[in-house]
Design a protein around this ligand. Structure first.
Ligand code: PEP
Ligand code: MG
Length: 885
C-alpha cells in the first residue's frame, strides 16, 4: 500500500486518508497557491503504528524517496552543514482537533547545521531562535518532558535581562538558551539531544502518531463525538520562517468573522514569530488589518488568496500563513469552526452570493447550533460598568464561580457548582477545565487563540485577551485595572457576545431568536437568516413536528414555534395544585357514590383544560394521554406524613382522621418500584371511573368546541400498554363513553384511539397491538428505561459518568437515542404495526423527539412525526429537514 503522498498527488476529497490539513495543503498546491513543498504520511500508516507499535514495512523507503524529491525542489538538503533544509512535522486527522495533537518545527537543526544556517541566512539570532524552538518542541513532544521546564528557563532568562517579550532576546541570549535546553534534556533523559536530523525526523513522526492517543486528544474526541480509531496523518513540509526578523511573521486569517459571520478581514498577525506563537496566545498578536501597513504587498496577496479559497471551498475558511522576508506562504486551510450565529448568517450570505443553494444551506447549520441560539442572554446592564472588557470570542451568557486552574474547575463542577475558568492563556492541557466550565476568560490571546478556537467549537462562552486583568493563578485571584480583586469562588458573569465581564450574577433575558418565535418581532440579519433557513426546512422535511404541551399557554407557544399539533398532552399536571384535594377524595373514597362525587368534581376542571388546549391548537391534532403516573404520587409523602402523625401523637393530640386515612392509603398503595408498578393502562383498568371521567371531559370539550365553530382534533392515547388485551379493554370503555356523550350532545365525538409503545413487550407484539391501535407513539423515555433496565430517575447521576468515561456510550441514552437497541425496537414495531395496519400513524413523544441525532434516526426509520418541548420545535424542524436532503 502507498503510505506517503506528495502534496501534488492529493486533494480535498482525500481528508480521510491525508487528514484535513494534508488534504487542504494538497488542494492549495493543486490550485497553484504558494505552499511550501512537502508530503503527507497517511492516517492508515498511523493506524498501523498504533495497532502494532511498528511502522508499516516500506514506510521509511517511501519517506526517503519523497524526501529526496523535496530536497531537489527546495535546493537544500536535510543535514547539510552549509545550507540545511529544515522541516516541519505536523499532525492532522480527518476532523480538525485544534491544538490537541503534536507538532515539531525546525527539524534538521543540530550543533553543526545551526552554524551553517546562521551563516547562510546572515542572521545568527534567527538560527538560534529556531534551534531553541526545536529543542523545546522535541523535548516535550518526542521525549515527553514537562513544558514547564523549558518555559521556566525561558522566563528566568527574560527576567535576568529585564525583558517581558521573547523578541527582546538577542543572539547571545538565545545561544545561551540553547545550551540550557540541551543540558535540560541531557539531565532529564540521560541522553544528548540527537544530532542526526533523520533520527529527529523519524522520532517526530512517531511522536505525532502517538499524540493521537494523548489524554487531551481522547477527551476532545469524546466531547465532539469523533471516532477514536481514525488516526492522524503526518505532514512533512519545508520550513518557511516567520521568525527571520521584523519583515517576517506568521498569522491566521478568516474569510469572515467566525464569531458573528460578518464579512471582512479577520485574523491575527504576529511579526518575528513562528508557528504556534499566534494560536497559543503566548504573545499578543495585532489585528490582521495592521498588516496592510506593515507589508502592503503581502496583505494584498493574502486578500486575493483567501478570496480564491473561499470561493473554491464555498465556505468560511481559516488560513494559517507565514511571511518570510516579504514572501507570503500558506501553511494550512480548512473550513473554519464558527459560532452558531455565524453559521446561520454565513449560510444565508452564501446563498445570496450564489455560492450554495438553499438545500446546501441546510447542511451548513445544525439543530444543536439553533438550540444554542435559543438560549437566554444577559439582560441590558444599564450603566453598570463591567469589571473588564476583552475580545468576544464565543458568544452566550454564563455565570459561575471564578476558578484558576483546570483541576479546580473539574473538581467544583463535579460537585455541581457552575464555574468560570480564568487563565492568563489556555494551553491544550486546560481542556478538562474548559469542558467543565460554563465559560472561559483569559487575559491574553486573540480570537484565534487556543482558548477561543476550542471554546467556539464546543459552544462555550469565551472572552479572551482581557488585558487589563492581572491573573495570578498561584494566588488564586485576578485584579482589575481599578484594583478590584476577585478571588477564587466569587461569582462573575461572562458575556461572550460583547466581551464584557461583570461581578456577580447578571439577570438573563430571551435571545433575539427566541423572542422572534415568541413575538414575531425582530428583524436583525440573524433572525432573518434563521427564518429563511427554517422556511426552507419546512418545505423539504417529510416528518411532521409536534410539541409536548399540557396547557393552553404551552400549546399556543408551541404553535408560534412552528409545531403542527400536540404529540403528547400529559394529563397528570391537571391533577396537581388545588385539585389535589379532589384527587385525594377520589383515592380515599370508600363507596361508589363518594368516588363518583369526587370524579364529578374533577370533570368540569378537566373539561376546561381540554377546551383551552383544543382551542389553542384548533385544526391541528392534539394527542391526549390518559393518566400515567401511580396515584400515590398525588398523595403526601409517606415519611413526612408518618412523622407528622407521630409528632402529633407525642404531643398527646388526637390524630387527625383525614391524615390517618391518608397514611393508610399511602401505605396500602406504596410500591418498591413505582416506575414498574400501578401506572398507565394498569391504572385505567383498576381505578374505577377514572378514565371514564377523563374521556367524558375530552368528549364534552370537543362538543363545546364544535358548538363554538371550532375544529377540535383530539386523539386519545393509552400509556404503558404491554398487551393488546389491555388496550382492547380500555378502548371498549373509551368508545362507550364517547358514544354516550355523542348521544347526549348530538356532537360528533369520535376520535382516533392509539397507544404509546414504551415497553419491550409492546414493541415485540406490535402486530397484535396494531389490530387495536390506530396510532403508535413511541415513549422513548420509558422504552430506554425498560430496554436497558436503567431506572430513568437514578442512573444518570449514579453511574453514567463512569460509563461515559469507559466509553460504553458517548452520550446518555436518555439524551440521544440508542439506535442499536431502542432504535431496533422501534424499527421492529413500526414494520410489524404497518404490516397489519398500513395507515398506522407513528410518532415519538419521548425526550429524543427534540434531540438532533435522534431526529435523524426517526426520519430514516420512516416515522410520521416527532414531538418535543416547544423550545425544541425549531430544532426538530431543522433536523428533520437536514435528514431529508
Ligand atoms: C416516555 O416514556 O417516553 C413518555 C413520553 O412518557 P413519560 O415521559 O411521561 O413517561
Ligand atoms: Mg412514559
Amino acid at each position: 500500500a502507498k503510505n506517503v503522498y506528495d502534496f501534488t498527488e492529493g486533494g480535498r476529497e482525500m481528508a480521510g486518508l491525508l487528514g484535513g490539513k494534508g488534504a487542504g495543503l494538497a488542494e492549495m498546491t493543486k490550485m497553484g497557491l504558494p505552499v511550501p513543498p512537502g508530503f503527507t504520511v497517511t492516517t492508515e500508516a498511523c493506524r498501523h503504528y498504533l495497532r502494532t507499535g511498528t511502522e508499516p514495512g516500506g514506510l521509511r523507503r517511501e519517506i526517503e524517496k519523497h524526501l529526496a524529491a523535496l530536497e531537489h525542489t527546495a535546493g537544500r538538503r536535510l543535514g547539510d552543514v552549509h545550507e540545511p533544509l529544515l522541516l516541519s512535522v505536523r499532525s492532522g486527522g480527518r476532523n480538525s482537533m485544534p491544538g490537541m495533537m503534536e507538532t515539531v518545527l525546525d527539524i534538521g537543526l543540530t550543533d553543526a547545521t545551526v552554524r551553517g544556517l546562521a551563516e547562510t541566512a546572515r542572521q545568527e539570532r534567527f538560527a538560534y531562535d529556531s534551534y531553541r524552538r526545536l529543542l523545546q518542541m522535541y523535548g516535550t513532544t518526542v521525549l515527553g518532558l514537562d513544558r514547564g521546564l523549558f518555559d521556566g528557563a525561558l522566563h528566568r532568562m527574560k527576567a535576568d535581562r529585564g525583558l517581558t517579550d521573547d523578541a527582546g532576546l538577542d543572539a547571545a541570549d538565545l545561544t545561551g538558551l540553547v545550551e540550557v535546553y540541551k543540558a535540560l534534556i541531557r539531565s532529564a533523559t540521560g541522553a544528548d539531544f540527537p544530532q542526526d536530523p533523520r533520527e529527529q525526523l523519524y522520532e517526530a513522526i512517531r511522536a505525532v502518531f502517538r499524540s493521537w492517543n494523548s489524554e487531551r486528544a481522547r477527551l476532545y474526541r469524546r466531547r465532539e463525538h469523533i471516532p477514536d480509531d481514525l488516526g492522524t496523518a503526518v505532514n512533512i513540509q519545508m520550513m518557511v520562517f516567520g521568525n527571520y526578523g521584523p519583515d517576517s511573521g506568521t498569522g491566521v486569517a478568516f474569510t469572515r468573522d467566525p464569531a458573528t459571520g460578518q464579512r471582512g478581514v479577520y485574523g491575527d498577525y504576529l511579526s518575528g514569530a513562528q508557528g504556534e506563537d499566534v494560536v497559543s496566545g503566548v504573545r499578543n498578536a495585532v489585528p490582521l488589518t495592521e498588516l496592510r501597513h506593515l507589508d502592503p504587498a503581502s496583505y494584498r496577496a493574502l486578500g486575493d488568496f483567501t478570496g480564491l479559497l473561499e470561493t473554491h471551498y464555498r465556505d468560511l475558511c481559516d488560513i494559517e500563513f507565514t511571511i518570510e522576508r516579504g514572501r507570503l506562504w500558506l501553511l494550512q486551510t480548512r473550513v473554519g469552526k464558527r459560532t452558531a450565529e455565524a453559521a446561520f448568517r454565513i449560510a444565508a450570505q452564501l446563498v445570496d452570493e450564489g455560492l450554495i443553494d438553499e438545500d446546501e444551506a441546510l447542511a451548513r447549520v445544525t439543530g444543536e447550533q439553533l438550540g444554542r441560539l435559543l438560549f437566554p442572554r444577559f439582560a441590558a446592564t444599564g450603566d453598570r460598568p463591567p469589571l473588564a472588557r476583552g475580545i468576544p470570542a464565543s458568544p452566550g451568557a454564563a455565570t459561575g464561580a471564578a476558578v484558576f486552574d483546570s483541576a479546580e474547575a473539574v473538581r467544583r463542577a463535579a460537585a455541581g457548582e457552575k464555574v468560570v475558568l480564568v487563565r492568563r492563556e489556555t494551553t491544550p492541557d486546560d481542556l478538562p477545565g474548559m469542558v467543565a466550565a460554563q465559560a472561559v476568560l483569559t487575559s491574553r490571546g486573540g480570537k484565534t487563540s487556543h482558548a477561543a478556537v476550542v471554546a467556539r467549537g464546543m459552544g462555550k462562552v469565551c472572552v479572551c485577551g482581557a488585558e487589563q486583568l492581572k491573573v495570578e493563578p498561584a494566588l488564586r485571584r485576578f485584579t482589575t485595572s481599578e484594583g478590584t480583586v476577585i478571588t477564587e469562588g466569587s461569582v462573575i458573569s461572562v458575556d461572550g457576545t460583547n466581551g464584557t465581564v461583570h461581578v456577580g450574577a447578571l439577570p438573563l433575558e430571551d435571545s433575539p431568536v427566541a423572542a422572534y418565535f415568541e413575538h414575531g418581532t425582530g428583524d436583525g440579519d440573524l433572525v432573518k437568516a434563521v427564518d429563511r433557513i427554517l422556511r426552507r426546512a419546512d418545505e423539504v422535511r417529510r416528518m411532521e413536528v409536534r410539541a409536548n404541551a399540557d396547557t393552553p399557554q404551552d400549546a399556543a407557544r408551541a404553535r408560534r414555534f412552528g409545531a403542527q399539533g400536540i404529540g403528547l398532552c400529559r394529563t397528570e399536571h391537571m391533577f396537581l395544585g388545588e385539585r389535589r384535594r379532589l384527587v385525594e377524595a377520589m383515592i380515599l373514597a370508600r363507596t361508589d357514590p363518594e368516588r363518583r362525587a369526587a370524579l364529578d368534581a374533577l370533570l368540569p376542571l378537566q373539561r376546561a383544560d381540554f377546551t383551552g388546549i383544543l382551542e389553542a391548537m384548533d385544526g391541528l391534532p392534539v394527542t391526549i394521554r390518559l393518566l400515567d403516573p401511580p396515584l400515590h404520587e398525588f398523595l403526601p409523602d409517606r415519611t413526612e406524613l408518618t412523622a407528622a402523625l407521630a409528632a402529633a401523637e407525642a404531643r398527646g393530640e388526637t390524630p387527625d382522621p383525614h391524615a390517618t386515612a391518608l397514611l393508610a392509603a399511602v401505605n396500602r398503595m406504596h410500591e418498591a418500584n413505582p416506575m414498574l408498578g400501578l401506572r398507565g393502562v394498569r391504572l385505567a383498568l383498576v381505578a374505577p371511573g377514572l378514565i371514564a371521567m377523563q374521556v367524558r371531559a375530552i368528549a364534552e370539550a370537543v362538543a363545546e368546541r364544535h358548538a363554538a365553530g371550532g375544529d377540535p382534533r383530539p386523539e386519545i392515547m393509552v400509556p404503558l400498554v404491554a398487551s393488546e388485551l389491555e388496550l382492547h379493554l380500555v378502548k371498549t370503555e373509551i368508545k362507550r363513553v364517547l358514544a354516550e356523550v355523542a348521544a347526549e350532545t348530538g356532537a360528533v365525538t369520535g376520535c382516533p384511539i392509539g397507544t404509546m409503545i414504551e415497553l419491550p413487550r409492546a414493541a415485540l407484539t406490535a402486530g397484535r397491538i396494531a389490530e387495536e391501535a390506530e396510532f403508535f407513539s413511541y415513549g422513548t423515555n420509558d422504552l430506554t428505561q425498560t430496554v436497558w433496565g436503567f431506572s430513568r430517575d437514578d442512573v444518570e447521576a449514579a453511574f453514567f459518568p463512569a460509563y461515559l468515561e469507559k466509553g460504553i456510550f458517548d452520550t446518555s441514552p436518555f439524551e440521544t437515542l440508542d439506535t442499536q437497541g431502542v432504535g431496533r425496537m422501534i424499527e421492529i414495531a413500526t414494520a410489524e404495526g404497518r404490516a397489519v395496519r398500513p395507515d398506522l400513524e407513528t410518532g415519538v413523544c419521548g425526550e429524543h423527539g427534540g434531540d438532533p441525532a435522534s431526529v435523524r434516526f426517526f426520519h430514516h426509520a420512516g416515522l410520521d412525526y416527532v414531538s418535543c418541548s416547544p423550545f425544541r420545535v425549531p430544532v426538530a424542524r431543522l433536523e428533520a429537514a437536514r435528514a431529508s436532503v
